[in-house]
Write a new protein. Structure first.
Length: 514
């Protein structure tokens, strides 16, 4: 194995393969950084350009695009508070506040290096544990998937900052979004209001853009007091410069946080149909649960950025495990990669590595080399990207809104998705005004349809409801969901007690007069 990997690394740095790998990574970073474009859309646009390449060239470009796109979304997440891709939602929770607190360079580089180390740890899992992890994933039936999604949904309790009731209501609204449209199993219309567009369900991308971008922009406009006051504080070069060694040490000095976030990302990537957005949020939630100061999450602390980005990029390695070992796409991006392999006459599956070892290990090598290329591209482009912070808001916000509308329209070349963006932009703004957190809403919108589909499949397979508890893996996942909620409630009450104690002035008996 090491001989094959070494030979593949030597081979992939040849100009023949390095150039498409570099261009793919660059395209991924740009596509990921543009709100509304997403990695999936970028890889679909880039796919036709790989048809004339040999299989390894084309797949190297795809791997680079996947890695670059997963990391590129952190740029707008940190600088604008708008996730460039759904898999960088949690990065905004601490990345944007840190940037607004005068440390945009630190926030950006924490995300870049967090993505790098998380992705490289994902590569270790990809290379050494492909077969056992994928075999375990095959043991999952609809009962286990349902329980897994319930566990992920239980993270709502961990994402609450003030009111648990508002967090639950927010998550419930997100679940309602997934109910709109035809029944996923029987095709019966539900809550479509006679609108043909709603029969196919609400597309997630314009919902995400609307809730985050529109709500963020409207909130900023309101805080600024109108267009006349919409100016950004000018940033000096000191804000653009950071000590790379200091940033790297901030990450490596938290080994448990880094490794645990990467494990979560890899495991979610191995399980099909979950995706990087769940890995991003779940890694953030776990970091908050294990933190000694959970109340500081959301104020701009490094742990939130490191965990979310490490989990996000490690998810790429996990997704590649599933497609290479069993021919099952882990998400929309690997579904496109599966199509690219088929076009090149390659059938991924249990025999893929034994029948095509050079291509398989070439993909491993491309994945590894893509990470330092990603750091280089973001490092060189960061200085120009961070100039966004010096642009007046009256200039920046219209540009962002136009890009968001273009991204929503390009989803299916229809104005209907633009209307969805507008509607959910207003909903997101009203939720922010009323004090409802947006993270539970997004989590509910991500997981709702998968919870429903796997619940229906499990009942259709066997109507015995006790199977959810008696099947070992499913039962353990449900138990973990209950424990997650209980722990989050305890942590929330502890935080409230701390805040109440800090706000209580000392009594006369506590004051000693000298």
């Amino acid at each position: 194995m090491f001989d094959l990997l070494g030979a593949a690394l030597v081979n992939i740095v040849h100009v023949k393969y390095l150039l498409p790998l570099f261009l793919g990574t660059l395209a991924g970073v740009i596509g990921g950084a543009l709100p509304g474009v997403t990695v999936t859309m970028t890889i679909i646009v880039a796919l036709p350009f790989t048809f004339g390449l040999d299989p390894l060239q084309g797949l190297a470009a795809m791997a680079g695009l996947y890695v670059g796109g997963s990391a590129g979304g952190l740029v707008t997440a940190v600088l604008l508070g708008i996730p460039g891709t759904p898999s960088t939602v949690a990065t905004t929770f601490d990345g944007y506040p840190m940037g607004r607190n005068g440390e945009p360079g630190r926030a950006l580089w924490l995300g870049i290096w967090g993505s790098f180390f998380g992705g490289m740890l994902g590569g270790v899992f990809l290379i050494f544990t492909t077969k056992p992890l994928a075999e375990f994933a095959l043991a999952f039936g609809p009962w286990e998937y349902f329980s897994l999604f319930v566990l992920a949904l239980s993270m709502v309790a961990g994402l609450v900052e003030t009111s648990l009731v508002k967090a639950l209501v927010s998550g419930f609204i997100g679940l309602i979004v997934t109910v709109l449209g035809n029944d996923p199993m029987l095709g019966a219309p539900r809550l479509t209001l006679g609108i043909p567009f709603l029969e196919g369900g609400i597309p997630f991308l314009p919902v995400l853009i609307g809730v985050f971008a529109f709500a963020q922009i409207m909130s900023e406009v309101e805080k600024s007091g109108g267009a006349g006051a919409m100016t950004q504080p000018a940033n000096s070069d000191a804000n653009l410069k950071v000590s790379q060694l200091k940033v790297i040490w901030e990450i490596l000095s938290r080994p448990f946080l880094l490794v645990w976030s990467a494990i979560i990302g890899v495991w979610i990537g191995v399980l099909p149909a979950i995706g990087g957005s769940a890995a991003n949020i779940m890694s953030y939630d776990q970091a908050k649960k294990f933190s000694k100061h959970p109340e500081k999450f959301g104020t701009g602390i490094p742990e939130g950025i490191i965990a979310s980005e490490a989990g996000n990029n490690a998810n790429v390695g996990g997704s590649l495990v599933t497609i290479m070992a069993f021919g099952i796409p882990g998400d929309a991006v690997t579904a496109v990669m599966l199509g690219a392999m088929t076009i090149h006459g390659i059938q991924p599956g249990p025999l893929f590595i034994s029948q095509h070892p050079q291509i398989a290990y070439g993909i491993f090598a491309a994945y590894i080399v893509a990470h330092p290329i990603m750091v280089l591209i973001l490092g060189v482009g960061a200085r120009w990207a961070m100039r966004i912070m010096t642009i007046t808001k009256s200039t920046l916000f219209p540009i962002v809104l136009v890009l968001c509308v273009i991204g929503a329209f390009a989803l299916d070349n229809s104005m209907d998705t633009v209307y969805v963006l507008l509607v959910f932009g207003v909903i997101g703004y009203l939720m922010v005004k009323a004090g409802f957190p947006l993270a539970p809403f997004i989590l509910g919108a991500i997981l709702g349809d998968q919870i429903e589909i796997n619940l229906i499949r499990s009942i259709m397979t066997d109507p015995n409801p006790w199977l959810f508890v008696t099947r070992p893996i499913s039962g353990l996942l449900l138990l973990a969901a209950v424990l997650s909620v209980v722990f989050s409630l305890w942590q929330h009450k502890r935080t409230q007690r701390r805040l109440a104690a800090a706000a209580t002035p000392p009594s006369d008996e506590d004051i000693i007069d000298f």
